[in-house]
Design a protein around this ligand. Structure first.
Ligand code: PSV
Ligand code: MN
Length: 402
């Protein structure tokens, strides 16, 4: 068989079907003023209220057609807990943006200084569990959306915590969380090697997340945040393993140069993002029964305008995903099987190097979207408008805007 992959013609129709399906969730925390450990540079257009966050998410979705939902963080978006569900529902309807993954917050309260689910104090573990259970209830009220769990738990100095006891406490609390899920509702367990803890983190890598998720129950899956890895780690191999184990639930997208930098997806290493999409697409081509993954952006920009950066991320994700859709899986399978190394690699590379932008522009036009959403955002004057409105509306919070 003469299997080569060097004759790519971007097949619009094939790509369009993929693009129609491709959706990526934006994070509510990506539209607010956030900062580094050293300070915040405030933006006059930043969202201060939940309504403004929904409005910003709607702006991104209106122009890209690819981000119909917004992930929510309980402490920041549900200050009154489950009582705020009605308001979220209303805003969701008003702006045409679905409420997405619900993220409990076990890292901001003073009581979590020594951990939440891993805290040696049973009262604090119970407090954390109650908050997570309320988050499950919120997620159920909003249509059994995903519960997305990330823990800052860990320790800074050797010998200061019993790592094995903490494994046991985590196991118990995660199982209790799983018990509260509605049938079919997913619970995603995220890992991170370090930060804020610098000696040990209770869920530091995909292996720990996998074991915790397995022990919790069948609806628990692993969430891979692309920024939560050591330098040069092979993320697509981790995805391959998790998919092989049917334990991959979703991804948090961002890019990194040094640590958890939360840079724009694909700004540092677009080939890696392409490989990630390829690994997922390849698996789904072989396993047509596999469930869709949760794609969520986890970025909070300080230097770039937040709406622009979010839109740039959605567009980058679409582009790199579209490139991955061009890989000829049938041919690649043959080339791999026959160990035709250069041809196999070229098969991948030629998809990566194909310019999919004309196909994306055509798809957008056909779907009634602006050909160039970033340009359309700028031309609309939307950011200038909300900058004025919001800085006068939130005067005290924005007094240092200049
Ligand atoms: C932690 O670094 C993280 O990646 C988790 O997903 C949090 O929920 C999110 O960022 C926002 O703090
Ligand atoms: Mn994350």
């Amino acid at each position: 068989m003469n299997a080569t992959c060097d004759t790519y013609t971007p097949d619009h129709k094939h790509l369009w079907e993929h693009l129609d399906r491709f959706k990526v969730e934006v994070p509510s925390w990506g539209f607010t003023n956030t900062g580094t450990r050293f300070g915040k540079y405030l933006q006059p257009a930043a969202a201060h209220t939940l309504e403004e966050k929904f409005s910003d998410a709607a702006q991104v979705h209106q122009l890209t057609g690819a981000s119909p939902s917004m992930a929510l963080h309980v402490l920041w978006d549900f200050p009154h807990g489950i009582k705020d569900v009605a308001k979220v529902r209303e805003l969701s309807q008003q702006f045409g943006i679905r409420a997405g993954a619900i993220n409990p917050n076990m890292f901001e309260s003073q009581i979590y200084k020594y951990g939440s689910f891993g805290n040696p104090d049973a009262t604090i573990r119970k407090h954390a569990l109650d908050h997570v259970l309320e988050s499950v209830a919120i997620a159920r009220e909003l249509g059994n959306v995903d519960l997305s769990l990330w823990f800052a738990d860990g320790s800074n100095y050797p010998g200061t915590q019993n790592i094995r006891h903490r494994i046991g406490w985590f196991t118990e609390c995660l199982a209790a969380t799983h018990e509260a899920l509605a049938p079919g509702q997913r619970m995603l367990v995220e890992y991170k090697p370090f930060e804020p803890a610098f000696y040990h983190t209770d869920i530091a890598d995909w292996g720990m997340a996998l074991l915790f998720a397995r022990a919790a129950g069948p609806q628990a899956l692993v969430l891979v945040d692309t920024g939560h890895h050591y330098q040069s780690q092979n993320i697509e191999q981790i995805l391959a393993w998790l998919q092989h184990q049917q334990m991959l639930g979703g991804l948090h997208f961002n890019d990194r140069r040094y640590a958890d930098d939360d840079l724009t997806l694909g700004s540092i290493d677009p080939y890696q993002v392409f490989r990630i999409f390829h690994e997922i697409q390849f698996y789904h081509w072989e396993h047509t029964e596999a469930k869709a993954l949760a794609y969520v952006i986890d970025q909070s920009h300080n230097m770039k305008n937040k709406i622009e950066a979010m839109m740039q991320t959605v567009l980058t994700a679409q582009e790199l995903y579209a490139k991955a859709c061009l890989v000829d899986h049938a041919q690649l399978t043959v080339l791999q099987q026959e160990c035709r190394l250069v041809e196999a690699e070229e098969c991948l590379r030629s998809a990566f190097w194909t310019d999919v932008r004309p196909a994306l522009r055509a798809w957008r036009t056909a779907r009634g979207l602006p050909e160039d959403p970033l340009q359309a955002l700028r031309a609309s004057g939307h950011i200038e408008r909300i900058s004025k409105e919001r800085s006068s509306k939130h005067k005290s919070a924005s007094s240092s805007y200049a």
